[in-house]
Structure formats: structure tokens, C-alpha cells
Design a protein around this ligand. Structure first.
Ligand SMILES: C[S@@+](CC[C@H](N)C(=O)[O-])C[C@H]1O[C@@H](n2cnc3c(N)ncnc32)[C@H](O)[C@@H]1O
Length: 368
């Protein structure tokens, strides 16, 4: 019980992780490199934002003309609603606003009359409610927009994803790496309706965090030292195994991986688990285990289980996704041998007579 509460608190604290400008810039630039007109004439909605502070708003406002935007809309969640639950990042108390209400910020014209449309031209007003993305008024804004971009609250990720899909719009969002395995999400990845953004999974995304969270991290109440936070120039940043996801083309997922044959992997693989060993079959699914993406053999026609990080390199013209261990693993032979089940469905190999539980795997097959 205590564990479940701690887990909930850990997830909730990530609701207040704020994205760095450079990370937004890197991701969005990749779409522009692929197609400079990606945002041209479009209305962009940034829900779950704090427009006065958010780097999402700053980035899109500062690049309003360069992107050719028609309109930028950001909405913010009422500070009071946040504070009660998770603590604050900014000094809201000092601000003369009604903190029980959400706000809407719009940029679509040159208000200052300086001949440019930028951050200084943003106009704002209160929303009727607290700015919850699920509210009728924010839903309406969603339906008016063309592209929806944000780092949503992690604890509401499933709801946010359903809300995006329901909209039928284009989108870019940040989420925890594990979210790709959710049963609500994975079918969209499998059928190439949603894919990883351009930023590699290996990039260490760090986020600005409320002071309370930073204090807790430093006191090591909730943090595993080092892995949950990073100190940069004296500021404590939250660390999260986060990835960008999208349904907008950025071109990078159409580059096929250059791979070696089974025989060459056995001889030359840089991984000791593969070199001189080859590939093990799963005990509970008809496929071989490939523990590293760069060890995928080029000449195997059957099904292969690969780590989640494969999605970074996934080229739908090269491979077909069959499913995920979570949904495909047959746990009967495991239960029969171990007499118990350890956690959820997982793929197992056998090594020296012992069953070895693998990390989550995606099952793929080479396209011919
Ligand atoms: C992970 S933070 C990201 C903030 C900002 N988009 C960024 O990346 O810098 C998520 C934001 O959503 C807000 N939020 C939490 N629950 C929300 C809800 N139900 N509707 C809208 N926003 C919400 C949080 O208070 C927080 O400001």
C-alpha cells in the first residue's frame, strides 16, 4: 500500500516537469528540415501549458513568422488546482491573477504595432473553468486547431492520448518511454499511425521542476540519487526517461538499418551476448531473442524480439511490427515450470537450464 502511494506520488510529481527550450527547438526543427511548410497556415494549440513561462509558448511565439503560423493558442491550468496537488514551480503567490481559473493566450496579430508578431503580442483572458484539457472549452479549442503540441501531465497520459486520437489532428507530445507499451497506445505504433519523434531515445531529457520537488530530490526522499535528477549550473532538473512521439512526418524513420547476417553477428558482433553465442529462442513464443537493435540479423525471416529502443530505428519499410511481449507471451509453460508468475506477461529464454525473464520486447519481422 505504502509502495503504491509512493509510486503515485512519483508519477504525480512528473506532472510538473517543464520542458527546456533547446529540446523543443531540436525536435521541431527536425520537422522543418523535412518540410519547411509543416506549420505554415496552421493553428497550433499548446494545451497543458503555462504560457507566461512555458518554453513551448516562447518557442512558437518567437518563431511565429518563420513558421508561417496562422494562430497560436496556449492554455494554462489554474495555479490553485496545481498547488493543492503538486507544489509550484513559479512564484504564483506574487502574481495578481485569479488563481482558481485557467487562462487562454492567443497570438495572431501585431498588437504592439512594431511590424512583427512575437511574444509581446500575446493576448490573454480567463477561461470559464480551470483549463483542464478535458473540459468542454479546451476541447473546442482542440477541434479548431490543426496541430497540438505539449508535454502533458504524466499521471493523465492515457486520457491525454485518447483525447488526441479522438481529435483526429496532427500532434507532437512528450511522454515516458513506458507509455509506448501501454495497450491503449501500442496498436497505433504497430499500425504506423503514431511514431517516435526525431529526438533519439538516448538523449537525456531533463526538465525544470518545482522547488519542493527539487528539495525532496536533494533530501533523497523520492529520488534514486543521480538517476532522478541532475544539477546544472546550480539548478536541480528532473530527469525522466522521456521520449517525443508524433504523427507528423519528420522523415527520419524511413532510413533502413544497416545490419549483418546471422553468421557475421556470431563472428563479429560487438556484444558478448551475441558474439560466439548466436540467438536464443523464447520458451513461450515462437521467435528468437535479439537483445540489441544493432544485432538484428539481416537474413532471418522469422519473428524476432527486440528491445523497446528499437523504435528509434524502426523503419516501417524494412520491418513489420507483429506485437509486444506483453500481449503475445504465452505464460502457461512458465507457470508450469516455475509454479508461479512473476509480474505481467513477459518473454522468457532458457540459459543453462534456467528460465530467464527478458525485458519488454517488441516482436518484428523483416519485410521481403
Ligand atoms: C509536464 S507539465 C508540462 C508543462 C509545459 N507543457 C512544459 O512542457 O513546459 C504538465 C502541465 O500540465 C498541467 N496540468 C496538470 N493537469 C492538467 C489537466 N488536467 N489539464 C490541463 N493541464 C494540466 C500541469 O500543471 C503542468 O503545468
Amino acid at each position: 500500500m505504502a509502495n503504491a502511494m509512493l509510486q503515485k506520488a512519483k508519477i504525480a510529481q512528473q506532472d510538473e516537469y517543464y520542458t527546456q527550450y533547446v529540446d523543443i527547438q531540436t525536435e521541431i526543427n527536425a520537422y522543418l528540415e523535412y518540410d519547411p511548410n509543416t506549420f505554415k497556415g496552421k493553428t497550433v494549440l499548446l494545451p497543458c501549458d503555462d504560457p507566461e513561462w512555458s518554453n513551448f509558448t516562447r518557442f512558437f511565439a518567437e518563431n511565429y513568422s518563420a513558421l508561417g503560423l496562422k494562430k497560436l493558442i496556449s492554455t494554462s491550468y489554474a495555479p490553485d488546482t496545481k498547488r493543492e496537488k503538486y507544489g509550484v514551480l513559479f512564484d504564483w503567490a506574487a502574481r495578481d491573477i485569479d488563481k482558481s481559473r485557467g487562462r487562454i493566450f492567443v497570438l495572431d496579430r501585431d498588437v504592439t504595432g512594431d511590424g512583427r508578431i512575437n511574444f509581446d503580442d500575446i493576448e490573454w483572458q480567463y477561461l470559464d473553468g480551470d483549463g483542464d484539457f478535458r473540459s468542454e472549452e479546451v476541447r473546442k479549442l482542440r477541434d479548431e486547431s490543426d496541430i497540438i503540441v505539449t508535454n502533458p501531465p504524466f499521471s493523465l497520459f492515457r486520457e491525454y492520448f485518447a483525447w488526441l486520437i479522438e481529435s483526429g489532428k496532427h500532434f507532437v507530445y512528450i511522454c515516458n518511454k513506458n507509455c509506448v507499451t501501454y495497450k491503449e497506445v501500442f496498436p497505433y505504433i504497430k499500425t504506423n499511425k503514431v511514431w517516435l519523434g526525431a529526438t533519439p531515445q538516448s538523449r537525456d531529457l531533463i526538465f525544470r521542476i518545482p522547488k519542493e520537488t527539487a528539495k525532496r530530490f536533494l533530501a533523497d526522499e523520492l529520488a534514486m540519487k543521480g538517476s532522478k535528477y541532475k544539477i546544472v549550473n546550480g539548478e536541480v532538473f528532473g530527469r525522466s526517461a522521456a521520449v517525443w512521439m508524433t504523427n507528423i512526418e519528420h522523415g527520419r524513420h524511413h532510413n533502413p538499418l544497416q545490419l549483418m547476417t546471422i553468421a557475421d553477428n556470431r563472428k563479429y558482433s560487438r556484444h558478448k551476448e551475441v558474439r560466439g553465442v548466436g540467438y536464443r529462442k523464447y520458451v513461450n513464443y515462437d521467435a528468437i531473442d535479439v537483445p540489441f537493435t544493432d544485432a538484428i540479423p539481416s537474413d532471418y525471416d522469422g519473428v524476432m524480439g527486440v528491445p523497446i529502443s528499437f523504435l528509434d530505428k524502426y523503419c516501417p519499410e524494412q520491418f513489420e511490427i507483429i506485437g509486444i511481449g506483453l500481449e503475445l507471451a504465452d505464460m502457461k509453460p512458465i507457470k508450469a515450470r516455475l509454479g508461479k508468475l512473476d509480474g505481467g506477461p513477459r518473454l522468457y529464454t532458457e540459459q543453462d537450464g534456467e528460465l530467464v525473464r527478458q525485458y519488454e520486447r517488441i516482436l518484428i519481422r523483416r519485410r521481403k
